[in-house]
Design a protein around this ligand. Structure first.
Ligand SMILES: Cc1ncc(COP(=O)(O)O)c(C=O)c1O
Length: 434
């Protein structure tokens, strides 16, 4: 009945997450409130791990969860316990992981413009792999590694010319990207060839990330095939065998009832076929495969609960339901027009009788959570639940209008654990100089 397995409705008609009543949680922890089902996160990590094992017949492959989707110390603890790796993209994510006791050798450091300080941190903590984006970074990294007497294990971000960011994936003309180096123009090959000359760098692999919220398997097949052909060219022409292939993330999830996501095993099938076929054709050994799902691991696990402040009916125009959060805790409608399912938390399976636009409290007309949605009738004081907010909500939240960021409560085994505390007004002025 609901779009995620984490959700249900109890005898009182209240929405539950991981079996706990969202209305009771909202009363206890206040609103806005992010609630996440820890068991869903853990079981999805396991499902991707076993899909990798099945797809490639080995345990050395890595599920490197994309931290950008949802990052905090609690999440790194889950990942550590589940035997996952993590994709990080900043000194802040790296610092959080290290402070949470996450093993540095399971970190994959991405980013198209890492600063010297961030690269130095990566070298100091000895992160597993640094994903090099461009020539300038390659040169900087080599000289920093020399300064610190280290050998950095690197993976190149390659642009295979496939872009699956839209509903339609495109196979050509998508080399215009701030990320990575294109294969098509020969630049990727030149860069890899040159990288072999640097004494403090060790080439480990190639990587691409072709987009997000992808339901189609063909782009993954083509991307994996292009990476493998490229690996074969490097072996044939440079005599160098690459050990890692990192095919990124992007597996689609169900935000709306019309979305039809694939299982982890189905998501990996296409890439697995492409890699095994290319390995046989080019007589290459099967590389270590790294995947970087972000939203697929945390997105469906999350729900945000708000309190309704006002219901404003503009005759013959629209009804606005205003809630006590908004683009400061979920900027995705404002950024991309992203759509969400919305329910009355206290009447989750009641008839949907109210066509409205759910608006936030920020001083921006574009501060919308969901436009023209049909929900159960609500009035001021009621709780609204916005579903599938586990990814790119907390991690993209801001203090716009000096709204404190909401807390994150993780639900597991019938218990609620605070993973991130609610920010206080004192937190907001912490760095202000008076
Ligand atoms: C390099 C890389 N890997 C993984 C991801 C995760 O994508 P998703 O959350 O859609 O799985 C991203 C997202 O932008 C990315 O840039």
């Amino acid at each position: 009945m609901f779009i995620s397995d984490c959700l249900s409705v109890n005898g009182a008609g209240h929405l539950t997450v991981g079996g706990l009543d969202t209305v009771e949680l909202a009363r206890e922890y206040g609103t806005p409130l992010y609630i996440m089902d820890e068991e869903y996160i853990r079981s999805t990590c396991r499902a991707y791990k076993s899909a990798l094992r099945e797809g490639f017949g080995s345990d050395r492959n890595v599920v490197a969860y994309a931290s950008k989707a949802f990052c905090c110390a609690y999440m790194y603890r889950i990942l550590k316990e589940e035997g996952c790796g993590a994709d990080i993209v900043s000194g802040g994510e790296l610092y959080t992981a290290i402070k949470a006791g996450f093993p540095a050798d399971r970190l994959f450091f991405h980013g198209n413009n890492k600063t010297d300080e961030e690269l130095e941190m990566a070298l100091r903590y000895q992160v597993g792999r640094i994903i090099v984006d461009n020539r300038e970074e390659l040169i900087r990294l080599d000289s920093l590694a020399r300064k610190y007497g280290k050998i950095a294990q690197i993976i190149f971000r390659i642009n295979p010319g496939i872009d699956a960011h839209t509903h339609q994936f495109l196979q050509t003309g998508q080399i215009d990207s701030k990320f990575g180096v294109p294969i098509e123009t020969g630049e990727a090959y030149e860069l890899i060839k040159d990288s072999l000359k640097y004494d403090n760098l060790k080439l480990a692999g190639v990587h691409c990330h072709i987009g997000s919220q992808i339901f189609d398997s063909e782009p993954f097949y083509l991307a994996a095939k292009k990476l493998m052909e490229f690996v074969a060219k490097i072996r044939d022409e440079l005599g160098y065998e690459i050990s890692d292939i990192d095919i990124g993330g992007g597996f689609g999830i169900k935000y709306l009832p019309s979305h039809d996501p694939k299982t982890p095993a189905e998501n990996l099938r296409a890439a697995s076929e492409a890699i095994k076929k290319a390995a046989a054709e080019h007589r290459l050994s099967i590389p270590r495969v790294i995947i970087e799902p972000g939203r697929a691991i945390v997105g469906p696990a999350g729900v945000t609960v708000y309190k309704v402040g006002s219901v404003k009916e503009i005759r013959n125009v629209r009804t606005y339901v205003s809630v006590d959060g908004g683009m400061s805790d979920n900027p995705r409608y404002a950024l991309y027009g992203s759509e969400y399912e919305v329910l009355s938390a206290a009447n989750a399976d009641g008839p949907r009788a109210m066509l409205c636009t759910v608006a936030g409290k920020c001083c921006e007309s574009g501060d919308i959570i969901a436009k023209d949605v049909l929900i159960q009738k609500v009035k001021p004081g009621d709780f609204l639940a916005v579903l599938t907010t586990g990814a790119y909500n907390y991690s993209m939240a801001s203090n716009y209008n000096r709204n404190p960021r909401p807390p994150v409560v993780m639900v597991r085994n019938g218990k609620a654990n605070v993973a991130v505390k609610r920010e206080s007004y004192d937190d907001l002025i912490h760095n202000d100089v008076f």
